[in-house]
Structure formats: C-alpha cells, structure tokens
Design a protein around this ligand. Structure first.
Ligand code: GDD
Ligand code: MG
Length: 357
C-alpha cells in the first residue's frame, strides 16, 4: 500500500466546452458509462493503493460531497477543499496544501480517462529522485494541450501550454507527482496556472522535473466528441475502468430503462436509468442520460441526450449535445456540433438539413 502517498484531484473547472451539460453538473460528475466520470478515476487511484484523496473543488462544489460523502462506498477517504473564487490549476493544488501530510503527492486533472499504471509513475518519480514528475503521452495534434519536450535522460526541458507551434507531439497527460515541499512554493491566495506559471518557473530555475511517458489508453473528456468517444470506449472495454465490471459489449443499459426489442443499440451506447427507447430507434455511440426518451424510428449517433430530454419520432441527431429536458420535435435533424440548451422545445420538423420533409 502506498500509504506514504496522497492524491489530489482538480475538479474545480467550469467545463465550458461541455455546455450546456455542465450548467447542471460539474464535468467530472457527468454520467459516463453509467456512473459519474470521477468514479472511474477514483477507482483507478484506489486500485493503485492510494486511498487518501483530496478533491480541489470550486464550481458546484457541493455536488461532489453530496454524492461521495467521505468516500467509504468506494473504499477511499475523501477530503474536500473548496475555492470560493477559482484559483486555477496551480492555485487549486496550493489551496489543498494544509490537507497534505504525505511527502509524495499525486495530482490529477479530474477529466482524464486513462489506463496508465499509476504505480509505475510513482516508481519513476522515486527512482529518478525528481522534485516533480509529469505523465506524458503522444498525440496526433498537441496544440490543445501542454506540449512537453524531454531530453535523452527523461528530464523535462520545457513546458509550452497550448502552443500553436509544438516542437514535439509529447503532451502533458494531466497527472503529476510532486514532492510536498514543492507545492508549498506555489504562491497562495491568488489564481495560478500550474501549466503556464509553476512548471515554466521550475524549469527556468533548473529544478529537476522528470517525465514518465507511455502509450496506455488516454483521453481528455473535455469536449463533446471526446466525452462521447471515451464513454463508448468504456462500454466496449477499450478504456479500462475498475468501476465497470464485465464491460465489453456494444451497449450498456441501466436499471429501469425500457428498450423496444427492435431498437438497435451499438457503438458503445449507454442508456440511462428509466430512459425509454422506442421501436425501430437506432443508437450508435449514443450517451442517453437518465429519464431521457428516444421515440420510435429516431436515430442518435455520437451524441449526448441530457436528463429527461426527448428526441421525437424519426428525428436524426448526430454529433450533437442536447441539454436536460429539451424536446426535439419529430423528424428534426440536428448535426455537426449542434447544442440544444436545456428546456428548449423544437417543433416537429422545425430544423432540417435536407429538404425532403
Ligand atoms: N480546483 C480547481 N480550480 N480546479 C480547476 C480549476 C480551478 O480554478 N480550473 C480547472 N480545474 C480543473 C478542471 O476541473 C480539470 O479537471 C483540470 O483542472 C484541467 O482543466 P481543463 O480545463 O480540463 O484543462 P485542459 O484540458 O484545457 O488542459 C489541461 O489538461 C491537459 C490534459 O488533459 C492542461 O493541464 C494541459 O496541459 C493538459 O495537456
Ligand atoms: Mg481537460
């Protein structure tokens, strides 16, 4: 057991890229393959032997404590520290300092779905005797992330947050190991970005920041496309999660959902509790939240349908986010990044991309 290690999870962001879903719930609490996203991450941390976990909250802080309480149901001890004004990623880490007793502190962005061996990250940190260790992955397009070049010894040489001209495709995967005393150096009481301020300053001062690079499953769940894909990967068993037993089918149907026998559920679709799926509906990579309804013959592809929302008969919903309790009229067509705000009601055939109504 890694009792000399504590974990901090940053969950204070507003999740703007996932609006409107994040108007009613913080991003890490959105249902993902049947449970709040954060449950997958907490379970992974627990299975690595780290059970003392501090949540750095800000936006909708109470949603976390109301749901998880002291963490006993998940076999961990959870502590909550809330920023009344968001302090950013570095400020959020500094803000939990009083709760830190272990010398080694694992820090996680709260929206990353990953399969990395957390113990290996810790082992690398210890064997390199670094002050900070960053988990890095390689991606096709690094511009949306922190770009992190390293030297031949595995030392980090620079940290370039969201640069248009990335020198490498190695990026910050959003998991760090800190020596506790380094966290004490972060300025307190004001917003600080760990990516734009803390890491660049440590590197400019020649401090030892090390890299752990691997090719395990990794996805930032911060956009609708990635959220839909990550959820489907969990359902299909492509993304590992100790919180999901027996994953590996084409669809996951929660208790109390009613699915017509001739509805087609494929591509890692999730049907939330008490949701209803009508006859002849076709759902491919769909994320249907609790109590939502998809009527007869509707098609939902790579889209999220919010709590209690309704997709009318014969509608087509593709690459779209539908807010809670919105109503999509029969035969409407929503495509390519459409976002329907909560409670909005679109009349029958009210939006179309084709002319053959
Ligand atoms: N407590 C607290 N306070 N948490 C915050 C705050 C804050 O003010 N701002 C953001 N967070 C949390 C978010 O909830 C999220 O879990 C995490 O910090 C990262 O924020 P994102 O908004 O998701 O950042 P990003 O995805 O654009 O970029 C970050 O993650 C990438 C990897 O997924 C950066 O760390 C990049 O360097 C990295 O590549
Ligand atoms: Mg993110």
């Amino acid at each position: 057991m890694a009792t000399d290690v504590q974990a901090v999870i940053l969950v204070g962001g507003k999740g703007t890229r996932l609006r409107p879903l994040t108007l009613s719930a913080p991003k890490p609490m959105l249902p993902t393959a049947g449970v709040p996203f954060l449950t997958h991450l907490i379970s992974r941390i627990r299975d690595a032997g780290v059970t003392d976990i501090v949540l750095g909250t800000s936006y909708q802080a109470e949603v976390f404590s109301d749901y998880y309480g002291d963490g006993a149901d998940l076999g961990v001890k959870l502590t909550y520290v809330t920023e009344t004004e968001a302090l950013g990623t570095g400020g959020g880490i500094r803000n939990v300092f009083d709760e830190l007793t272990a010398d080694t502190v694992l820090v996680f962005n709260g929206d990353v779905l990953g399969g990395t061996d957390i113990r290996e990250v810790l082992d690398t940190h210890r064997s390199s005797d670094a002050e900070v260790t960053l988990h890095l992955v390689r991606v096709g397009d690094p511009r949306a992330f922190g770009c992190v070049p390293t030297d031949g010894d595995g030392r980090v040489t620079a940290f370039l947050e969201k640069t248009q001209d990335p020198p490498t495709n190695q990026i910050n995967a959003g998991t760090y190991v800190f020596r506790r005393e380094v966290i004490a150096e972060i300025p307190a009481g004001r917003p600080v970005s760990v990516e734009r301020e803390v890491f660049p300053r440590l590197l400019a001062a020649g401090r030892h920041v090390h890299a752990y690079v691997d090719d395990a499953y990794w996805r930032d769940m911060g956009t609708p496309e990635d959220f839909v894909r990550g959820s489907a990967d969990l359902v299909r068993g492509i993304a590992p999660s100790p919180a999901l037993r027996g994953a590996g089918g084409e669809a996951l149907v929660k208790d109390g959902a009613q699915v017509a026998p001739d509805a087609v559920l494929i591509g890692g679709t999730v049907i939330g509790a008490n949701a209803k799926i009508g006859s002849g509906a076709r759902l491919d990579g769909a994320v249907i939240f609790d109590e939502a309804v998809v009527e007869d013959g509707a098609v939902v592809e790579r889209s999220i349908v919010g709590f209690g929302a309704r997709v009318g008969a014969g509608a087509l919903v593709r690459d779209t986010v539908i807010g809670d309790h919105a109503v999509i009229g029969a035969r409407c067509e929503l495509l390519r990044g459409a976002r329907v705000w909560p409670g909005v009601q679109l009349p029958e055939s009210g939006i179309r991309f084709s002319t053959d109504v």
